[in-house]
Design a protein around this ligand. Structure first.
Ligand code: HEM
Ligand code: HEM
Ligand SMILES: [Fe+2]
Length: 480
């Protein structure tokens, strides 16, 4: 992946080159995310670890902000990558897009350095402008917020102008409309109010409406694009699925936001609205799951009928990650989300390790997987390899990362279950109960297993990066 810019087979296609640049920053931030996650996990076991050097609050903040930022980088990278293929024209205004990349990356670097070295400030406007905003997942200080909006406008203009100039496929139509919503929602998380209920109310417009509406639709467009490229799925079929998914995702996801309005001081009618619509949210995720597996099976069957070899996958590792996405999205978001989405259940699980279990499997299953798949497609394109086969490193990467995250999820689910039984049901959710529950073996063992499985995830990540850096050149040599 590193040398892929200089020795690329994109034939001067600047949009794809820019996509690869975004991927590279994404993977570095992914590594940082995991390292800070490991620090936070160790702090659960040894509370004094790095005390007053890198406190838990800071390690956790960097962990989840790096998560959001690397995913946004990989998403922007994917769009620049697929844009010329879908529109059939060179991306309009790519020079400005490239400038935007450098501005954004410089800003992200400064923000992360401030998070790590300054960490906290006085409770004044100046801290909100210069250090961070105190809003989980989207902590960027206000100066960076404004910069992000400007860069995203440049990016959006690249996409929109190319779409207007070139072919207007169904995939691109969904992409262009959805990106507008995705980018616009960011602004709901930018204004500060000192009423905590109002602040949370708008903050969820970003977090929930990103991950359970616009990001899911985004993944739908990526899956559609990838299925056409990887297994030669028919465009009419994948685009038909895509429109159905969009309808169902927005239909359930928008009002499903009510599941975050149970306990923040919003009116009680949100209980019913949240319960009903969020309980419907797994339905489109099942549709996406069926879509990927159905198309795959259908294409294989069609080839077999023609007497051709059954496997027609042009990029093994990318396909493996996209199939993992179909399973992971369904399990992490659909099943683990459904578990605690009804208010009758959420009264016991809210804010326990159960939430963290769902958070890990959902972000990983629904987003990390498919974005890694897109990176493999990028590497294949950069080296001009017709068929990219999985290597030993690809297999170790996907196996260790996936099982590591799955292991962490199960460990957290066990700890969360203990909290529900002891802290909430038995001891009545008092302050004392909170501490008692954390001293019992079921909780502590869960924390230990989370750390062990976290290390496994990290080892898998090393294999993944190693593979991304080498697989292209190796495949090219084998092809020649
Ligand atoms: C890929 C999609 C999804 C992602 C990435 C995701 C991620 C998350 C994360 C990180 C949290 C914790 C937020 C916090 O820090 O307070 C959360 C909370 C929650 N999620 Fe999801 N989620 C997804 C889909 C779903 C779905 C489909 C459902 C329901 C069927 C669901 C139900 C919930 C509920 C009820 C909470 C609130 C838990 C609580 O605070 O008690 N999620 N989600
Ligand atoms: C090396 C592997 C990892 C370790 C050791 C780790 C550890 C942690 C720790 C200790 C927390 C704080 C939990 C708390 O406040 O109770 C956390 C939060 C979180 N992590 Fe990780 N993590 C890892 C990988 C990941 C991955 C791969 C993802 C997603 C792709 C992820 C997503 C999240 C999210 C969304 C939260 C916030 C959850 C919530 O508050 O509900 N982490 N992680
Ligand atoms: Fe939600």
């Amino acid at each position: 992946m590193l040398t892929s810019i200089k020795t690329n087979s994109f034939e001067g296609n600047k949009s794809k080159e820019l996509g690869m640049m975004y991927y590279r920053v994404a993977i570095i931030l992914f590594g940082a995310q995991l390292l800070f996650g490991l620090v936070a996990a160790v702090q659960f076991l040894m509370p004094g670890f790095l005390f007053e050097v890198l406190d838990f609050s800071v390690a956790r903040m960097v962990h989840i902000n790096a998560l959001v930022v690397w995913m946004l980088y990989a998403m922007i990278g994917s769009v620049y990558y697929m844009l010329p293929d879908e529109t059939g024209v060179e991306t309009v205004g790519i020079g400005l897009g490239k400038l935007g990349f450098w501005v954004l990356t410089a800003a992200v670097t400064v923000v992360v350095l401030v998070y790590i070295f300054v960490q906290v400030g006085a409770g004044t406007e100046a801290s909100i402008w210069l250090i961070h905003e105190g809003r989980e997942y989207i902590e960027a200080p206000r100066w960076a917020d404004i910069g992000i909006v400007v860069v995203v406008l440049l990016f959006y203009w690249n996409v929109f102008a190319s779409y207007m100039k070139g072919k207007q496929t169904g995939i691109m139509t969904v992409m262009v409309a959805n990106l507008l919503a995705l980018a616009g929602l960011y602004m709901a998380g930018m204004f500060f109010t000192d009423n905590i209920s109002m602040d949370q109310f708008w903050w969820w417009w970003v977090i929930h409406l990103w991950v359970e509406a616009t990001w899911e639709v985004f993944v739908g467009t990526l899956a559609a694009f990838a299925l056409i490229r990887l297994i030669g799925a028919k465009r009419e079929v994948v685009e038909m699925w895509l429109w159905i998914e969009v309808l169902m995702l927005f239909g359930s996801g928008i009002l499903g936001m009510g599941h975050h309005y149970f306990w923040i001081g919003t009116p009680e009618y949100w209980w019913e609205i949240g319960a009903l619509f969020s309980a419907l949210e797994p339905v489109p995720l099942i549709a996406m799951f069926v879509h990927v597996l159905y198309d795959w099976g259908k294409e294989q069957g069609a080839h077999e009928a023609k007497g051709e070899p059954k496997s027609v996958i042009t990029n093994g590792p990318a396909m493996a990650w996209i199939v993992t996405n179909a399973f992971g999205n369904f399990l992490g978001a659909g099943i683990w989300g459904f578990f605690h989405t009804l208010p009758q259940v959420n009264i016991y699980t809210h804010g326990s390790q159960f939430t963290a279990a769902h958070g890990h499997l959902a972000f990983f299953g629904a987003y990390a997987t498919i974005l890694i798949g897109m990176m493999y497609m990028g590497v294949q394109g950069a080296y001009g390899v017709e068929r990219l086969r999985a290597t030993f490193k690809s297999k170790m990467g996907i196996f260790l990362v996936t099982f590591g995250v799955m292991g962490m999820t199960i460990a957290l689910t066990v700890s969360g279950y203990e909290q529900v039984l002891v802290e909430r049901a038995e001891l009545g959710a008092t302050w004392n109960a909170f501490f008692v529950a954390q001293e019992l073996p079921w909780y502590i063992q869960g924390m230990m297993w989370r750390a062990i499985m976290g290390v496994m995830t990290f080892v898998g990540f090393i294999y993944l990066v190693w593979d991304l850096l080498t697989i292209g050149a190796e495949a090219k040599k084998a092809q020649a």
